[in-house]
Design a protein around this ligand. Sequence first.
Ligand code: AGP
Length: 616
Amino acid sequence: MCGIVGYVGDSDAVPFLLEGLGRLEYRGYDSAGAAVLNHGKIEIRKAVGHVSSLVEEIKSHPVSGTSGISHTRWATHGGVTLENAHPHRDASGKLALVHNGVVENHKDLRTELESRGHVFASQTDTEVISRLIGEAFDGHGDKSRDGLVEAAREALQQVRGTYAIGVLHEDLGDFLLAARRGSPLALGLGDGGQFLASDPAAIAGWASNFVYLNEGEIAWLDGKKFEVAGIDGSAPAPVVVRSMEKAAKAGTKGKFEHFMQKEIHEQPESLREAMRGRLIADQGTACFHGIERSPEELRQWETLIFTGCGTSFNAALAGEYIIEFLSRVPVECEIASEFRYRNSPLEMGTAVFALSQSGETADTLAAMREIKRRGAPTFGICNNPFSTISRESDGGIDLRAGQEVGVAATKSFTSQVLVLTMLGLMLGRMRDLRHTEGKKILSALEKLPDLVAETLEVDEVVRRIAKKYAASESFLFLGRQANFPVALEGALKLKEISYISTCAHPSAELKHGVIALVNESTPSIFIAPRDELFEKNLSNIEEVKARNGPVIAVGTQGDDVLADLCDDVVLVPACEDFLTPILTVLPLQLLAYHIGVELGCDVDKPRNLAKSVTVE
Ligand code: AGP
């Protein structure tokens, strides 16, 4: 969470800082700020709210200079106030610092600093870092750029937790310092200047190449050159310079009103991309370049563990049902924040997959690192092949969904489920799945993007349903088998976009307690396609109707039983049972979107959330 952009070079830093921050708003948007070196003095501008508020602030109080750092915040320590917005200064006021991460020992460090006379200007954990670095620098005899690097090293050795930082000091001219432990940070290399960014997408179009800082590295740069070293003085890993062309470009909304809406409608294309070159027609199977293991090695995978958070976890859970059905390989799904601390047995023959749209989620990354430490093979399923999870795993699968800007994950969910389905096909074909069955599945997969496009035609129907139920105070989501994770996902979408209370359960759990919530004003949404458990779902719908609960059903085209029984029905095309989650989730994404719009919510930037959760 939180996004950092820095610039040092020949041009005015401010336009880069502001536009770059706008591209990083997916990382947080509580408040924003920038520090610019203006004729040898650091000037800071801050604003509470979105980056657009900072743009307005700078319009009213202009500032310019050829180096600067900036930050968009997702509050962890300290409320959403101007004082707590970054950048933060040191005691001398000459140093400014931006930070993404959490300082776990900030209380102890603050007490120590206060005992030495420091008077803090904010409630943030970040300010201890700016003060520690400033204090070390001022205490040194060496007031050169090297002196600041040494001071930062000294200070950072005292900091426990996670950080990506950018630092500017007014005595050192056009010069930036950066360091990273646990939070991502990249250096952007251009002709007229150099950059710092939490994500290379923030500086796409300006820098030609970029370098990811590795864990525990410190870097310093001016407009022309940069150097990298270990914070602890160790030699850095070899510097890998990557071409900017391959970094995700920042998207635009095109003809759509919101990114979420655009991303929902992009799914036929994102799913086509996820399959491109990965289906082997004559063998009736799938392959992934990122999982280059011999068939013998793949056959040795006796158990798969999937870990992730939020939507990625829901996709993993859908994958569990599908992969076990297709390949008979046992799958366990683990919520990353729990998994990382659990003393779970890890049998030989277990492969672990970390699912993450961003590839930066702190809990998922930590769970993967713990598993890697224990020697099991780890794979990332991410939408950014340059992300930390992608880089640190032993291999993986690129979702190829294209940049997802809306905080609510939509197209990444369907791409994750599709990729897991292809993984199930691949593993199944190495075990008991016959050639003819494989080919049948393959041809069903090839038809999927068109079925998704057809399903999205329910948009208007769903918009009307959204209008009808938008005032409801809570919703229940119910489904069975691989459509139970779809219920979880529908409930998550609705609560995060519209702030309506939702819960999701397997349909049969109704009578074990959930049914107590049923009343005339609480809609139940049943995901009830014509699969082998359709009749069972029908009985559950009857149970809700018997208690006067309104029911909205997501069913299969041609179904008139649902139409007779339910208050509202949305129908999706018929397909193989194991592919239904990719279709049935679409009306739920649309429902969340339209209810959010109906209620006047900021659907792309819901309150209190951030797209990329890089703190624990
Ligand atoms: C989904 O709509 C949410 N914004 C959130 O649950 C998200 O899926 C979760 O934070 C995990 O993110 P990741 O996929 O980038 O790891």
